[in-house]
Design a protein around this ligand. Sequence first.
Ligand code: DX5
Ligand code: ZN
Length: 227
Amino acid sequence: MSRSGFRIAPSLLSADFARLGEEVRDVIAAGADLVHFDVMDNHYVPNLTVGPLVCEAIRPHCSVPIDVHLMVKPVDRIIPDFARAGASIISFHPEASEHVDRTLGLIHEVGCKAGLVFNPATPLSYLEHVIDKVDLVLLMSVNPGFGGQSFIPSALEKLAAARRRIDASGRDIWLEVDGGVKADNIEAIARAGADTFVAGSAIFGAKDRAGVIRAMRESLKRATMAA
Ligand code: DX5
Ligand code: ZN
């Protein structure tokens, strides 16, 4: 975790895929706490990206945890492959699993942290009976499938509700947000309760990536000051 208690997770979706190893090293040197790895199957979401083979290929370049976001259906079959490929965290969408409790167990069995992902319209009630098995709650602030979309404002209220549930559970669960996160809205997002921030286009699209991450950390510092 970064010294501030917040984590910044650049999403490789906006990286140059022809130079992925170099991109991973560059963004870690720029200050990334995690590397966010978006897996899309052209079935659960309308886009197709990368699988375990590419995860394994970036692993030697990656000195921070790999945060795998599965946007695939079904999910269970592919989980051990990602564990072998070097994932530290594996998150999935509950609608993409027939048996959410079993999928969470499977992720733990292969030695990874387990995350549950909520689309903008997915209710937090999915957490109700499994919160004791969840290590990370990932709230989508865009509809999944593409980088570069705008942050959906209602995600702020949902983050606050998720934060309340997490605090009430008494467990150390990370609250991650994904989609449209930029240096100019990250303070409000942190104030709503997020502690882990995925940012694709904002970081990879910038010439000065270290500068963007620094600006994000400055905003996060403000978020910890009295409201
Ligand atoms: C969207 C992906 C995100 C995406 C975020 O489905 O899950 O991780 O890369 O991209 P930005 O930060 O550009 O919205
Ligand atoms: Zn993602």
